[in-house]
Design a protein around this ligand. Structure first.
Ligand SMILES: [Mg+2]
Length: 216
């Protein structure tokens, strides 16, 4: 089917979930909860899991019960030496340029992090400058349907079925699919083909499930 725009998740989608980067960010989230919010160290692990499952991001969950500057949180948790985890990906660049439509980052992280990551991967200029991040869509985040309505309004108001959405999170894919988006599930587990959704194990496999010819 033809598509007019593409929305890419950032973390664990544009680079491999095996990179270890998410673990480093998660450590920083724990430190933020302990140091900045005064949550006892022995409670942060379980609380983070609960909030993440219930709200889609720890950030959203914490913001319901604690007062803190949103950008401070983003700067704190994403303060990671990214070059230790990810590097330039020429193959990713060569693949992305073949898709003849506007490409956007749609992330539950923040735009600064997205810019840093796409800089290191060497693909920043291939995406639209406008990044739809968790602060932009606040108080919503993926997988809330409102987040998907928001992203549509920010990216040309295309109909859901004219938009391709690529993400590693199954709840995000499920919401997008329910709303009528074309979806691609980025699942690095070998056993993970899905009956309903086109599935890839590596972002470089995207052309296997989404032709770059775009319906022509
Ligand atoms: Mg992700």
């Amino acid at each position: 089917m033809k598509y007019k725009a593409m929305l890419f998740d950032l973390d664990d989608t544009l680079y491999s979930g095996d990179s270890g980067l998410w673990i480093a960010i998660k450590e920083n989230i724990y430190h933020f909860m302990i140091q900045k919010l005064g949550i006892p160290a022995d409670e942060v692990h379980e609380l983070r899991e609960t909030l993440f499952k219930k709200y889609g991001t720890t950030f959203k969950g914490l913001s319901m019960s604690y007062e803190f500057e949103k950008q401070d949180y983003m700067d704190f948790v994403h303060n990671v030496p990214l070059e230790d985890y990810i590097s330039k990906n020429v193959a990713l660049r060569n693949m992305l340029v073949k898709y003849p439509v506007k490409k956007y980052i749609f992330t539950n992280a923040d735009a600064n992090h997205a810019r840093r990551v796409t800089d290191i991967l060497g693909v920043r200029d291939l995406f639209e400058k406008q990044i739809i991040d968790v602060l932009d869509m606040f108080p919503y985040c993926k997988p809330m349907p409102e987040a998907f309505e928001h992203v549509r309004s920010q990216t040309g108001n295309y109909k859901p079925d004219e938009i391709v959405f690529v993400d590693d999170s199954m709840p995000n894919i499920e919401t997008a699919h329910k709303l009528g988006f074309q979806v691609v599930w980025m699942n690095r587990n070998k056993d993970g083909k899905h009956a309903l959704y086109p599935t890839i194990q590596d972002i470089l496999e995207l052309p296997n499930v989404l032709p770059t010819s775009n319906g022509k």
